[in-house]
Design a protein around this ligand. Structure first.
Ligand code: THU
Ligand code: ZN
Length: 317
């Protein structure tokens, strides 16, 4: 892997360059590492976040377009979550995951409850502008690589006359949703998937479905025994909604194998190493995520299984 072209060879740059190698490695830059980069390079934080997009693009999976997009979301904790676009061979283009969604869902999986800034290597499409507009206030500022000399832009200014959550009488709740008090309808203590189901239930309990109430979460397990989760993130405009399987695939693709360095990189197929998934959704919901989840899982891991467990909200008297 060549050294990052846009940065001087400082110790932290070299360390990150060796670590941020793509799928199989964790797509996160720690707050302390960002601070060290500032001191070592003399660049300001925004310039460094834009430079980090070069690393983010190492996670791009674009077998259809070959167009690799990198994004980075700066959490309130000061950690920087990288994300890239993920395309699915054989599936409709509408299943594509955009880099911005990857970075946001990746931050969400790490329980960030607010984002300060989102940077992108390509101008965000209308769909992503809508998705970012639905983040809780104060919304993150947007930093575009194509306008590196400009200060960060408020998302509101990129989406005039927006169709926002208030149009349907809701407040933005992505990243801050739950817990919803969901419990499994049929306890699975003795099932071989009990732990995975518990993780999927926890994800459903943090999911954001203010428009339909169809809360849902997915937990995945890889052949190496690693587990990743994701939850539905509904959009007020419906179509930009991030499905729970997509969110979980984002976590797996960007999450790294953990502990065992040197195993990541472009050839490392985290998604292909998924062996099973559990979807938890609410009984009696007006929609189901199951068919969509199975379809997209089958496209990356044909032998993987996806089971479903139903949940209901338990009202505490
Ligand atoms: N893409 C993004 O990741 N973000 C955007 O907002 C623009 C488009 C990706 C989607 C697809 O994988 C490729 O770029 C071509 O559109
Ligand atoms: Zn987009």
């Amino acid at each position: 892997m060549p050294i990052h072209p846009g940065l001087p060879r400082t110790p932290t740059v070299e360390r990150l360059d060796a670590r941020l190698v793509g799928p199989g490695s964790a797509a996160v830059v720690e707050a302390a590492e960002l601070a060290a980069l500032e001191i070592e390079t003399g660049l300001d934080q925004n310039a460094l976040i834009l430079a980090c997009l070069e690393w983010a693009r190492r996670w791009a999976r674009a077998p259809l377009s070959s167009f690799e997009v990198g994004a980075a979301a700066l959490g309130e904790s000061g950690r920087l979550y990288l994300g890239a676009n993920i395309e699915f061979r054989g599936l409709p283009l509408s299943q594509t995951i955009h880099a911005e969604q990857s970075a946001i869902a990746h931050a969400w999986a790490h329980e960030e409850t607010g984002l300060r800034l989102i940077a992108t290597s390509a101008a965000p499409c209308g769909f992503c502008r809508q998705f970012m507009f639905e983040l809780p206030e104060p919304r993150p500022q947007l930093l575009l690589a194509s306008e590196a000399d400009h200060p960060p832009t408020p998302i509101e200014s990129l989406l005039p006359s927006a169709f926002g959550p208030t149009q349907l009488g809701r407040a933005p709740q992505l990243l801050r949703s739950g817990p919803h008090g969901l419990q499994l309808v049929e306890p699975v203590e003795h099932s071989e998937h009990a732990e995975l189901t518990a993780l999927a239930l926890a994800a459903a309990n943090r999911s954001s479905a203010p428009y339909t109430g169809a809360r849902s979460g997915v937990a995945l397990e890889t052949v190496g025994g690693q587990r990743f989760v994701g939850a539905v993130a509904e959009s007020v405009a419906y179509n930009p909604t991030l499905a729970p399987m997509q969110a979980a695939l984002i976590s797996a693709h960007h999450g790294g194998r953990g502990g065992r360095g040197g195993q990541g990189g472009r050839g490392s197929d985290m998604l292909g190493s998924i062996v099973r998934a559990v979807l938890v959704e609410v009984e009696g919901s007006p929609l189901s995520q199951l068919d969509g989840a199975r379809q997209i899982l089958a496209s990356v891991a044909p032998a993987a299984t996806c089971s479903v467990a139903l949940a209901r909200a338990v009202v505490v008297a």
